[in-house]
Structures are given as C-alpha cells and as structure tokens.
Design a binder for this molecule. Structure first.
Ligand code: GLU
Length: 305
C-alpha cells in the first residue's frame, strides 16, 4: 500500500515581522514535513486587510529564506481567495448548516459564556432572526454529536462543539469570512496532510474538523507544539512586543528553537548555519519527545544572543 505523500504547511498572519513564537511553528512544521520526505507549503493568512500588510508578508518570506526554511511551490495568499470562501459559505447555507445572525459583538459579549475557544454564542438567532433584526454575520450550526480527532502530541480529543464552542462565525459582521472557514478551504486545496502549529490553536481545532466533515474534506493529522512564552507566562506574540527574529542570529535562534522543541543540536553544531541545523533536526526528528512537555513553556534564549 502506498502512503499519501506528506504535505505540511506554515500559515503566518502578516501583522508584523516574524517573531520567536511563530518561528517555533515554522521550524516544527518544516522539520516534521521534511522528516517524512514531504513538502512544506507557505500560506499567507492575510484575510484581514485592516491588520495585515504586504510589507510584513515580504519580510516574513525573506526571514524564512534567511533561516533556510525554503518552501515548495507558490505561496498561497488568502486575500486572493475570497470568491472560494463565498462559494463554500453558499454550500453551507444551502445545506442549512449556516444561518444568519443579527447579534452585535456587544450582545454576544454580554450573553455568551466563556469557553476554551472564546465566548460561546448563546444561540439567539439559531431558530431564525428575531423580528426587526437584519443579518450581520453567518454562523455554523454546530451539531450535538462530538467531534473526535487525534493530536500527535496531546492524544485523542473528543469535543462537543455545540457545548464547548457553540455556533461559531463563518462570516463576520465586517464582511470578512472567518478564519476556520478560510483555513479548511485553503488547507484542502494545498492537500495538507499534517498541520503542525502552536498549542494555543488546539481549542480552535474541533470547529475546523467539524467544518471539514461537513464539507466532505479530509481531516489532516494534527501536532500542536508547545507555545513559547516569556518568563511571566505571556505568549510570545506581536501583542506583547515579542522580539522579531533577527536573521543575523539565525544560527543561535534555530538552535534555541530546536532545543525548545526537545531536539537540542549536539555541541559540534554550535554556530553552524541554520540550514545545517535544520538538516540535523530532520534526520533526528522524534515528535514523540514533545509529549512530555506542557502546552506552554518559557522560551529561554541563550544569552547573549
Ligand atoms: N494564521 C494563523 C496564525 O498565525 C495560523 C494558524 C494555523 O496554523 O492554522 O495564528
């Protein structure tokens, strides 16, 4: 029996330069795909033009190149794919799995219960728009049947999407298609077999799997890797001014990220070019080592970098 060729991907949002937190996802997804002899694709998640800038996308691509993270094929850009997201939403509307919602964000904030993936929509418009209300957004009608999937680090997950996530957004009040819809369409088109990303996205996975099933799309394998935080436990992301990665420190950063991913390169690789460190990691990649790690961990860079 021939095994489906592995296709991994990295999907940064160009809202700033590549930072250490995203570098962990970039390196983990790259090494995981290459270790399986697979392709590594790049998608720019630039759906939200109010937050994303083409200049950041250019900067992310050149940083990846400088780190020896060379992707296969053309870059997929979400902003050129809106027509496809609209068609997918139409399919869901036709099948009555999407319904219009007239609630404002404030109403959802005041009535929704907190859940692991954000506020749980209270279901106000599920049975039809209340009189006098107009549709602002579109939501997925979550089923009571739980969604099950396997995460290679966190094991079997069974999630009652209706209770824990609720009827999530497919199209937002500002007219943008929501990320779960866009990403399942995009990953399916790229033929992604393996999604490797930060564990902060584990709670977002079940709705994505529910959508894949509804659309008849294959469910990839998942590997959610530990999320890098600072010493105070804050996620290293652009919101708390996480350090942009500096290509002049590519060797030290790559070694530190691999150590964070439970694959510290041996001492003889000290100062080696990032491409060589990545090659070493590809040859020695055992993602099972990540299983002993918590979901979030302080990212300790060697000092001075
Ligand atoms: N653009 C998303 C992010 O940067 C990617 C999430 C994913 O890998 O699915 O958080």
């Amino acid at each position: 029996m021939t095994r489906t060729p592995v296709i991994g991907r990295f999907a940064p949002s160009p809202t700033g330069p590549l930072h250490l937190g995203s570098m962990v996802a970039a390196i983990a997804s790259f090494v995981d795909a290459r270790a399986a002899g697979g392709q590594w694709r790049l998608r720019i998640d630039n759906l939200d033009s109010t937050r994303c800038r083409p200049a950041w996308a250019t900067s992310i691509c050149s940083t990846l190149e400088a780190f020896g993270l060379h992707w296969d094929g053309a870059v997929q850009n979400q902003d050129s794919r809106r027509g496809l997201y609209a068609e997918t939403l139409d399919q869901l509307i036709e099948r009555r799995r999407a319904y219009p919602c007239g609630c404002t964000r404030r109403e959802v904030q005041s009535l929704g219960r907190p859940g692991p993936a954000g506020l749980i929509y209270p279901g106000t418009c599920r049975g039809g728009l209340p009189p006098g209300r107009t549709a602002r957004s579109w939501r997925f009608r979550a089923e009571s049947q739980p969604v099950a999937f396997l995460d290679r680090c966190h094991g079997h997950q069974t999630v009652a999407v209706d209770e824990l996530v609720g009827d999530f957004l497919l199209k937002r009040g500002d007219g943008l298609h929501a990320y779960p819809l866009a990403m399942v369409v995009d990953d399916a088109e790229l033929g992604v077999t393996d999604i490797v990303r930060g564990a902060d996205l584990l709670p977002a996975t079940a709705p994505q799997v529910a959508l894949q099933r509804e659309l008849g799309l294959p469910t990839p394998r998942y590997l959610h890797v530990p999320v890098a935080t600072d010493e105070l436990g804050r996620k290293l992301s652009k919101t708390n001014a996480a350090t942009a990665v500096d290509p002049r420190q590519a060797s030290a950063i790559t070694a530190a990220v691999l150590a964070f991913l439970a694959h510290p390169p041996p001492a003889e690789f000290d100062g080696a070019p990032p491409g060589e460190l990545l090659e070493w990691a590809v040859r020695h990649w055992r993602p099972v080592r990540l299983q002993s790690r918590p979901g979030e961990e302080a990212f300790l860079l060697p000092h001075p970098l």
